[in-house]
Design a protein around this ligand. Structure first.
Ligand code: MG
Length: 378
């Protein structure tokens, strides 16, 4: 028991003594709490190290300063930790969920995920969020005693953000809440929003850096305009790069502050006593106020139209889609082109099981490895 780590936490925080545990029982660690161990296992995983070479929006080799999935995950984690600490929730658990949330992402960002999903249409589909859980439950081979990383229920609960009814039924205990319309713990709710806050803001920065967005365009967004006016009034001579950083810094601060304060009052009003009370709520307690949520959503839509579907980005994503598709077709025909551990697994099952092995293999690739494999095989 590591109650020392948990002193001062709210009664409705995730606490170890109330944990639903690991799938395979393990002795406690002498110096670390259970959620700390989860975080450490995630950081030591192969899938985590690969995130450095996986696309967020821009393909990894397009420039050294753009976000990758690794730096994105770190930004998500620091936002998540701030919120968790301010609300007296479990910071280690929040951090573990944030660091693991994108482990199942394919190469080439959403284009890669969409492409792999359509390749898998007849074999149960592909969903990166579900894949993240598959990575930590099954695919990481690190321990002598069990498959995967054997994480606690609460970390796994947080990783699985959404899930179809069909998948939820197949997943058993971890999928149950999607069928019963229950909520995950507050730490998981925080990680979910920290993800959206992180990408909305860093994609503004990356889009400006790539010159695919302009500040003039962005000023039509009220959430940007407000901070622009404030910074410009105080520092009229500020050079563009610093102006942009100052605006984004203030935007993150405003959104995170709104989230903390709004969640605090929602929790106060709902009055949960335990994490089970939180789970039984009809809706999440961690949310932005309506005004900020609307502005945040408008910014997300703006980025969708003007950055993610920008012709330059689209050219890259069309390319990525083709590469994933040809790789999938090629490994289905010639599974021996995959490394032994995958080809032997593929040989053991039916067509659908083989497709899942191929999807696991492709999903694990970094951008540059996928490009190299594509060049090797075509
Ligand atoms: Mg993410």
């Amino acid at each position: 028991m590591h109650s020392g780590i948990e002193i001062g936490l709210a009664s409705y925080a995730a606490i170890e003594s109330g944990s639903l545990g690991r799938r395979y029982a393990e002795p406690a660690s002498r110096y670390r709490g259970e959620y700390q161990r989860d975080r450490d296992r995630i950081v030591h995983s192969t899938a985590f190290r690969r995130l450095v070479y996986k696309t967020q929006v821009f393909v990894n080799h397009e420039g050294d300063l753009y976000r990758t999935r690794l730096t994105h995950s770190l930004e998500v984690a620091q936002i998540g930790r701030t919120v968790a600490r301010a609300l007296r929730l479990n910071e280690s658990l929040t951090e573990a969920i944030c660091l693991a949330h994108d482990l199942g992402h394919t190469p080439f960002g959403h284009a890669g995920q969409d492409s792999l999903n359509s390749c898998m249409r007849d074999y149960g589909g592909f969903e990166h969020n579900l894949q993240s859980l598959r990575v930590v439950d099954k695919l990481e081979a690190k321990y002598a005693d069990f498959p995967g990383l054997n994480l606690t229920f609460e970390t796994r609960e947080g990783i699985l953000k959404h899930c179809s009814a069909r998948n939820a039924r197949a997943l058993g205990d971890i999928g149950k809440r999607f069928l019963e319309r229950r909520q995950p713990g507050l730490e998981a709710q925080i990680a979910d929003l920290a993800d959206a806050i992180a990408y909305n803001n860093h994609d503004v920065d990356d889009g400006l850096r790539a010159k695919l967005l302009t500040l003039e365009q962005l000023r039509e967004q009220s959430i940007v305009a407000r901070e622009f006016e404030a910074v410009h009034a105080r520092y009229p001579q500020l050079e563009d790069r610093r102006l942009i950083y100052e605006i984004i810094r203030r935007m993150i601060n405003r959104i995170v502050t709104d989230l903390i304060e709004n969640a605090r009052s929602a929790i106060e009003e709902a009055g949960p006593e335990t994490i089970e009370d939180v789970r039984a709520r009809p809706a999440p307690l961690v949310a932005l106020t309506d005004v900020v949520a609307a502005e945040h959503l408008a910014l997300k839509q703006f980025l969708g139209e003007n950055l993610y579907r920008h012709p330059t980005v689209k050219k890259m994503t069309d390319n990525a889609r083709d590469m994933v598709q040809s790789l999938f077709g090629r490994y289905m025909t010639d599974p021996q082109e995959m490394p032994e551990e995958f080809s032997s697994r593929a040989a053991r099952g039916d067509e659908s099981a083989k497709a899942r092995v191929v999807a696991d293999y492709i999903a694990g690739m970094t951008d540059r490895f996928a490009i190299a494999e594509f060049e090797r095989l075509t």
